[in-house]
Design a protein. Structure first.
Length: 164
């Protein structure tokens, strides 16, 4: 799939696994799920195009991409030890890979539960749509994009107020 409609979330997850492997670290199932979501959010905010073509859903423990969830289910709460087998393994171009690498550098130090907490606290896209009475509520990309634009603007404001 092309960059205008996004990539398969499993291809993006494999890119995170590749980066982690190169840096000598490992990622858990939950970390991978949340990192792909966060990278999708920043890609929407920066490039105004989706990183993944699948919908993000509001599940009990935060945002989830169902295809990715099913591909990683065998790992439970453990470390993902192998790339996800996928037939349509397209390569991800530089601007997207840069965002993925930046998200990895900034967020991979957090545990899965910490990332889950970040992605479903008050005022997040998840919190705005989640209902414990309904499963699989789609979190609209414009809602995700607006949230991550706000995060970027806050970070720019912090940098402007505290020049290094």
């Amino acid at each position: 799939m092309g960059s205008d409609i996004g990539y398969d979330a499993r291809v993006v997850a494999n890119e995170f696994l590749r980066i982690a492997d190169q840096s000598g670290s490992r990622l858990t199932n939950m970390q991978l799920q949340k990192l792909v979501y966060i990278a999708h959010g920043y890609t929407l905010a920066i490039l105004h195009k989706p990183l993944v073509w699948q919908s993000v859903e509001a599940w009990r423990y935060g945002p989830v991409i169902k295809d990715l969830y099913h591909s990683l289910r065998e790992y439970g709460a453990g470390i993902v030890t192998q790339p996800i087998p996928i037939l349509s393994a397209s390569s991800i171009p530089e601007p997207h890979r840069d965002i993925i690498a930046t998200v990895h550098d900034a967020y991979s130090r957090f545990t899965g539960p910490q990332l889950s907490t970040m992605t479903h606290k008050a005022d997040t896209p998840w919190a705005k749509v989640y209902s414990p009475k309904r499963d699989s509520i789609i979190i609209p990309d414009p809602l995700i994009e607006d949230y991550y634009i706000q995060l970027l603007n806050e970070r720019e404001g912090i940098r402007a107020a505290n020049p290094v």
